[in-house]
Each structure stands twice: as structure tokens, then as C-alpha cells.
Design a protein around this ligand. Structure first.
Ligand SMILES: [Zn+2]
Length: 207
């Protein structure tokens, strides 16, 4: 199976599918699970989350993160995010991160914690100067149908990742949109994303 889509909320065999950790695990697919910042108001069941994440097809932790516009107050969100970071380090699984109006906080946390596991800021739409700060801190970024074209051109080939997230578009259609702002063809973009997802997230995956 070739995974070209870093993050999708739709069950698909070409994506890392974001599932609800309280529900059933769909067959065959690779998945991620976490507590979305928007759900931090409810009491999270971290024991159940840990059990879901110990499944061999759980290849990433998330989406989790920080959102200053929605969810619990930011201190509570930081607390829950830190619990995800501990699990990521302990289980050796990368993080898929939702981050709204908190990019500096994310950079500061990464700098303080110095995690061994990759952190991937998904659905990155921010300007080039912020992307440069992410690259400097070695935080990866993934791009969907809405993005800043100048930012996209800064991303090195070996860090290029794409996603559908909650879009009704297919990953091929997202690649077609992205193609216009890169030197790559749509099929090159899919290949690049697949190679990077394989290396960064699923190289150690054993079915
Ligand atoms: Zn998402």
C-alpha cells in the first residue's frame, strides 16, 4: 500500500487516517489518534488513548496540539498536549499537530523539550517567515488545498508532505492544486509525499 496522504478524516487506504480513539479501529488502514484541541473541554480518557495508540497500525499520535481560538483554556491544552508528547517519545511514534494562533508557543515547546520524534504541523497555511522558523527548529509542515504559495516553495524536497484533512477533495486533486505553485508535476508531488511519509512515519511499521 502506498500512502500519499499524511492526514485524512476519511477512511482510505492511501492515507494515515485520523480516527476517534474511543471508537472501533477500521481494518487494514494505518491511522493516527489523539485528543483534538477542540475536544480538550471534555475529560480525556488517556488510558484508552494509550491502548488505541499501542495498536501496530497506529503510526502517529494526533491530531493534537494548541488552538487559541477554540477548546479549553490554553494552559489546559498545553497540559494535554504534553501528555501526547510523552506518549510520542515513549512509544516512538511521530506527532501530527493542529496549531492555531500558537506557532510561537509550539516552537518554544519544541526548543525546550527537544523531542526525538518528528513533529508535523498539519494544514500549514502560514507565511514564509513562520515556515522558516519551523524549518530552523526542525518542525515539519504538511500542506492541503489552502496554503501560502511562497511558503510552499521554501520546503525542501525531503520534507514535502501533503494531506486532504477534512476536504471533500481527493489527494490527487490536492496535488493538482499544489502543482501550480511548485516546480513539480502532480504525480511527482504524490511520489515525494509518499516517499517522505514512508521514511518519516512508517519505515518501522510492521503489519
Ligand atoms: Zn484534521
Amino acid at each position: 500500500m502506498t500512502i500519499t496522504d499524511l492526514h485524512s478524516h476519511r477512511v482510505s487506504d492511501n492515507a494515515i487516517v485520523n480516527i476517534d480513539y474511543r471508537g472501533d479501529i477500521p481494518e487494514k488502514i494505518l491511522f493516527s489518534a489523539g485528543i483534538h484541541p477542540w475536544d480538550t473541554d471534555c475529560k480525556p480518557d488517556l488510558g484508552l488513548l494509550r491502548a488505541t495508540l499501542s495498536h501496530p497500525r497506529a503510526v502517529a499520535i494526533g491530531e493534537c496540539g494548541l488552538d487559541k481560538l477554540k477548546g479549553a483554556d490554553i494552559h489546559r491544552q498545553i497540559e494535554i498536549f504534553e501528555q501526547h508528547i510523552s506518549m510520542s517519545e515513549e512509544m516512538g511514534k511521530p506527532m501530527i499537530i493542529h496549531c492555531v494562533r500558537a506557532h510561537q508557543l509550539l516552537i518554544d515547546m519544541h526548543r525546550n523539550i527537544r523531542p526525538r520524534q518528528p513533529w508535523i504541523f498539519h494544514g500549514f497555511r502560514l507565511k514564509p517567515s513562520i515556515a522558516e522558523a519551523m524549518l530552523k527548529e526542525d518542525i515539519l509542515m504538511s500542506f492541503g488545498e489552502i496554503f501560502n504559495p511562497e511558503t510552499l516553495r521554501l520546503i525542501p524536497d525531503e520534507k514535502f508532505l501533503i494531506e486532504t484533512d477534512a476536504s471533500p477533495l481527493t489527494i490527487e486533486q490536492v496535488a493538482d492544486i499544489i502543482e501550480k505553485d511548485t516546480r513539480f508535476s502532480s504525480s511527482d508531488i504524490l511520489d515525494l509525499s509518499a516517499a517522505n511519509i514512508k521514511r518519516i512515519l512508517i519505515s518501522t511499521f510492521a503489519p
